[in-house]
Design a binder for this molecule. Structure first.
Ligand code: MN
Ligand code: MN
Length: 307
């Protein structure tokens, strides 16, 4: 049987990796497709912590696909955030919780999108509909994905459904939600061995609106101050990234996962960001209280400011 490749977005986060692995497992049980999960880049420390905790191996790296390859996309739909060659793939399924703006297929497909806090939450619903029992490890991976995307249920993207599912999964996985969640998030805040170039690519996504190309990257930390010590080096990494990728605007969110605020560093068309967030940048930077979600609090504002 032909292998169907499952993957999330580039610069993978915990939801992307776990959702790929969970869907692979679900499809194996359903038995229609022979599926295999892949990653489109190196996994981050937070994801590694969660995989190690539940004793699961990370997926293999996928760099490019050939024309006609059968695929399932999770946790993204934008081709610009996907694998090289996605335009000519045969997309069988999409399971996602993002806006749809850069997506087109030639054939009918199964597309499941819900406005919830993580793709894993949608997969939990798929499990329920299928009537399959949830095992401890799958529950642990799902829980990790929800914790990551909702910053331990505190992000404005978190819905009542995510909270309900997370509590239920914590019980099945046999972990204390807050203790495990904080330990997992903290594992992702260890930025000590990243170069500035790597740092701005840990969790970075491209967007295009009205022909304007912008990039929004996010790093999680327990101390904004610590990260800001390297501000100049980070800015120079952002500048070279903008040059080599013809980016008009680059927003870096340095997010305090304890207090749930973000320090922004903004380069390029700064006036768009100032309009979007009603801020005045000083030395390319501003503090945004209560802003933690790229998807809900950053990208829509920038799009509105561009239009
Ligand atoms: Mn994601
Ligand atoms: Mn997600």
């Amino acid at each position: 049987m032909e292998e169907v490749k499952i993957f999330g977005h580039k610069n993978p986060d915990t939801d992307t990796i776990m959702s790929s692995l969970i869907l692979e497992g679900l499809e194996k049980t359903l038995g229609v497709y022979h599926t295999k999960a892949y990653k489109l880049g190196n996994i981050n420390k937070e994801t590694k912590y969660a995989l190690d905790y539940f004793g699961v191996k990370e997926p293999e790296l996928l760099e490019e696909i050939e024309e006609g390859t059968s695929v399932m996309m999770v946790d993204h739909n934008a081709f610009s955030q996907s694998v090289k060659g996605i335009e000519k793939a045969k997309i069988i399924r999409v399971v996602d919780h993002h806006k749809i703006s850069d997506f087109e297929t030639h054939e009918p497909l199964f597309y499941l999108a819900m406005p919830v806090g993580s793709t894993a939450t949608i997969l939990r619903e798929m499990f329920k509909v299928s009537g399959f029992q949830m095992d401890k490890i799958t529950a642990g991976l799902m829980l990790s994905a929800i914790i990551s995307d909702t910053l331990l249920l505190k992000s404005p993207t978190c819905t009542d459904k995510d909270k309900e599912v997370a509590n239920e999964l914590a019980e099945i996985a046999g972990v204390d939600l807050n203790t495990y969640g904080l330990a997992m998030l903290k594992a992702g805040t260890d930025l000590s061995d990243f170069t500035p170039d790597e740092l701005i690519n840990i969790d970075s996504k491209p967007f295009t609106t009205n022909g304007l190309k912008y990039q929004v990257a996010q790093v999680n930390t327990a101390s904004i101050e610590d990260v800001m010590k390297d501000k100049e080096k980070i800015e120079s990494a952002m500048n070279s990234f903008m040059q080599s990728n013809s980016i008009d605007l680059f927003v870096l969110m340095i997010t305090d996962i304890i207090e749930n605020n973000s320090q922004f560093i903004v380069l390029g068309k700064q006036e768009i960001a100032e309009k979007a967030f009603n801020i005045k940048l000083e030395n390319n930077t501003a503090f945004l209280k209560g802003v933690v979600s790229r998807k809900k609090q950053v990208v829509p504002n920038i799009d509105n400011a561009i239009v």
